[in-house]
Design a protein around this ligand. Sequence first.
Ligand code: B3K
Ligand code: ZN
Length: 849
Amino acid sequence: AESIYLKDYKAPKFTVKTCDLVFELYEEHTQVTNLMSIERVDAGAKDLVLDSIDLELLEIYLDDEKLPEKRYVIEDEHLRVLDVGDAFKLIIINKIYPQLNSELEGLYKSGNIFCTQNEPEGFRRITPYLDRPDVMAVFKTTLVADKERYPVLLSNGNRESNFKLDDGRHGATWFDPHPKPSYLFALVAGDLGVVQDKFVTASGKYVRLYIYTDRGNESKCKHAMKALKDAMKWDEEVYGREYDLELYNIVAVDSFNMGAMENKGLNIFNSAYVLADEDSATDANFMGIQSVIAHEYFHNWTGNRITCRDWFQLTLKEGLTVFRDQCFSADLNSKEVQRIEDVDALRERQFVEDASPTAHPIQPDSYMAINNFYTATVYEKGAEVIRMLHTLLGEQKYRKAMDLYFDAFDGQAVRTDDFLWAISEAGGIDLEQFKRWYYQSGTPKLHVDEKFEDGKYSLTLTQKVPKAVDGSEQKPYFFPLKMALLDESGKEIEAKTLIVSKESEEFTFKVEKKPVLSINRDFSAPVIVEQSHNDYAFLMKHDTNSYVRYESAQSFGLQTIESMMRGKPIDEEFVNAFGHILDEDKLDHSFKALLMELPSVSAIMQRQEVVDFELIYEAKERLQKHLALTFKEKLLVIYNENHTPDSKELDALNIGKRAIKNRALKLLSALESDEVIAIANAQYNSSVTMTDRIVALDVLENISPEFSTVALGHFYKKYNRDTLVMNKYFSILAASHREGTLDRVMALQNDPAYNELVPNLVRSLIGVFARNYKHFHAKDGYGYKFVADKIIDIDKINPQMASGLAGAFKIYKKMNKVNKKLIKTELERILLEPSLSKNVYEIVSKVLN
Ligand code: B3K
Ligand code: ZN
């Protein structure tokens, strides 16, 4: 496979002004008629080269004349039309086979629904086109299909007309007045149920809102609809951005490679991010829906109105839109909990990526398969970079800068540099050094040294910037560092945002007594803080910054587990601090539940030079058991006070109660006692929410084979027709720490509810297993072998899914000798596959390197 480089970018030689499409949808194939008006942009260009993959060409007309075969060449992934004029009309008629499309890119079928996924390069699998984001055209789309099977026909923009044909077929024409790149094109045809609502914009425009789903699921769309209206309002209030079409359509489909897609006026969603009710969805599912609905809506301005010049600029729209959806969720729910969860998610996935040979800057400079670059780095680290800009400018200037960005670039395909120009211009700030965040990779460490002498407190900050993947040196970053100095009661003596820009620098403060340092408050910069001295026990009790409180609890937990791993006894100071948290009853429940969380296995693993999972989980389990024993009574009180099995309200109080009592239950489960089994069993049987049931099942599965068989059997019987719930069922079994998990996972592939063609199911069975550190990394090597086999199988069906699974091997380089050797064998075996996709090849070859 070949790499594509940002430095080789060339402006398009031709552009498409308008694109009129007619889709004739049949059961065996679809015929596409594509009429484009095209103009030459580069006077030196002679041939028109269109992107085209797996298309069966039928006819081509140039300015209404049928084009003879000698006037065009069909190349590997292109259609070359020889010697064209300055402005012309081109009609291409071609055939595709959506029913056979298991890659889920381009036009495909999800169950009985025709749908599309074109970002980044799916459109070239529908019809020959200049399939790149800097070519923007006005689209008109006509769909024709059997009326009974496909009563609903949708595309981008506004509906222009409907028509009936003889032989039971009908059609609809849609027109989208906003010029857009082909990746935002979408169509849907199916027999769908619909939920309707409306929104009146700030300037009084009336927008009709529709959510389409498989019939029977209409009642599960309420939460998504509410989230959509909340997002529309929020974007008006916070960014001054209104919606710009007469209607907004969302369609939920079961087979989808990722979460959702922001196609102009016609978002297509993985049904997991639309459908929910209390009986079938967890609190986390409800939150996920709110954030993804908002994310796709926010793309209308940051992504669609202003799009990317090329795919290297992906973070222009993704980092910014993730930042926007994080702020939205923080405003609607709890700011402190949202921030902690976002940081946690970043560290669990992005930090691991950044420490691996697949590390890349948020703006990569090369790729083999662009689909491999929809990463935690481009998205979540990208959002952190925008957040730093927001911190540097402050709310008001940031808003001015965003206004300038929208004013200057609306309707254009631009670069991250253009965005930074607007920030720098309106923010009055020089961003030359800051830009390193865009083209350097890896997570910088910030070493902190403190000194207190004669009323002077000095802080020496040293940046340790890792080398790039190719071994080249990288330079120090520019970032805002929020900090405070606290007195012995936890009161802030001084709170500041330092600007850090040098490799090493000193900051001094005048104070009377030696203060306690609270650093990187709110996680103001995505760095790893290393302190030669720390006050974790104090900070986890007293810090006024909720993020640093949480972070100190985590760091103290890490330190405790690590010393246990070195053979030391359990640090009773940590145990005391933990007890202190349990006793605090003024804390918000959700926040307290986070404070009660021990560091994840992945967090511990990231700090090891050489990773050995067995040592980690042995120590962690031992600590957990010790805490459960020590605080059994307190934990039971917390459980009982907050366990209200009949309530299913989704307000902060009830979500918080569920969070904290389930945290208590999980901790208690380390006791593996009959008492805890009975509690979990009763919770499974009596609770009315999926949140409670899932936690109970998970606890039973891990400590009581006997009870879990009964409960899971009951669960299966009740929900086996609901595929979204079955995802949870497969996940619990695949994540199980019990013996025999691999055998059960293998067998579950034959379960009638499982289907290898549906990405959600593959992710919940195979994907979850590949993150089960106990069984995936088992020293007999069978876990690795199984996942490698699946990567090879699934690559033939859906390369994007396969390369996603291959991500589980990203920690290869850091593994201990034994595991490393086992992984190596499997990865080399994958590389020997004759028709391996470039998606899997890119990940596996980089990991091995
Ligand atoms: N823009 C899409 C992601 C497309 C991924 C293609 N493999 C969804 C989103 O980020 O909102
Ligand atoms: Zn996005």
